[in-house]
Design a binder for this molecule. Structure first.
Ligand code: HPA
Length: 279
């Protein structure tokens, strides 16, 4: 069996050969948020199917391709679509592409998702900067033998979402007048949305938003020493808060509605990272 390290390097080498990239920032774009990749300048794209080792996404609205280009004065590589554990993938497989972005040179990952709001004060369309997370997925991307070439056996998670980057993002949002909340993201396995009883439990745990992604990628980024900025688009109030049933259509509708604001936020984050010499 090929070691994970070699698979990551092999994937990265294949991408480099086809796209010729050395990105500083990696973007993982969540449900309904993938359009940002189309805004990269001097863009070159590669379908996941053409990248050895890359898992394929099947969810409607997820394109499943990698786009390299420039934005805000820096070189970026964006994942337009990602796979989820509920499709049957292990946490390690879900997180594999994030490892490849880092192996390509991305020292900062901006990881985005659509999420249900647990904080009853937040209306659909709210953008939330992730301060911390709670992992309730039933698999862990680092389970199994550890390869020290990738990272340590027991990574610290105290600064998974580094304070200096969160401060930078909040200042960037404020300077552009973009409303931005901050809170704790809890990862649930899905694919069902939560029950109202689970939503009460998650609120009691101190979470502000719930979703089915992001955490495996954040863990491997931490493992490999990359820094993460996490942003949730609150597409709906979580189950039981309004009494209305939840639907994927509502999730994508809200994501589409806030698309312009979300993209301005990403733009200002990239510009600020460059201005501060962070990307
Ligand atoms: N729960 C879990 N995942 C989600 C939700 C939700 O309410 N909305 C969008 N992704």
């Amino acid at each position: 069996m090929t070691a994970l390290y070699d698979e990551v390097q092999g994937s990265a080498a294949a991408i480099k050969a086809k796209l010729g990239v050395a990105p500083k920032v990696g973007l993982i774009l969540g449900s309904g948020l993938g359009g940002y990749a189309d805004k990269l300048g001097d863009a070159r794209a590669l379908d996941y199917a053409e990248i050895p080792g890359f898992p394929r996404s099947h969810v409607v609205g997820h394109k499943g391709r990698l786009v390299a280009g420039t934005r805000g004065g820096t070189s970026c590589i964006a994942m337009q679509g990602r796979v989820h554990m509920y499709e049957g993938h292990s946490a390690a497989t879900v997180a594999f592409p994030a490892r490849v972005l880092i192996a390509l040179g991305a020292k900062t990952l901006i990881i985005t998702n659509a999420a249900g709001g647990l904080n009853p004060a937040w209306q659909p369309g709210t953008l939330m900067l992730i301060r911390d997370h709670i992992d309730l997925l039933r698999d862990h991307p680092l389970r199994g033998p550890n390869d020290d070439r990738l990272g340590p056996r027991f990574p610290d998670m105290t600064h998974a979402y580094p304070r200096e980057l969160r401060t930078l993002v909040k200042e960037a949002a404020r300077s552009k007048g973009i409303p931005l909340e901050e809170g704790v993201y809890v990862a649930m396995p899905g694919p069902t949305y939560e029950t109202p009883a689970e939503v009460k439990m998650l609120q009691g745990l101190g979470a502000d938003a719930t979703g089915m992604s992001t955490v495996p990628e954040v863990i491997v980024a931490r493992h490999m020493g990359a820094r993460v900025i996490g942003i949730s688009c609150i597409t709906n109030q979580a189950a039981g808060i309004t009494g209305e049933e939840l639907s994927h259509a509502e999730v994508t509708e809200t994501a589409n509605r806030v698309r312009t604001t979300f993209e301005s936020l990403l733009d200002t984050i990239l510009e600020t990272l460059v201005t501060k010499g962070e990307a």
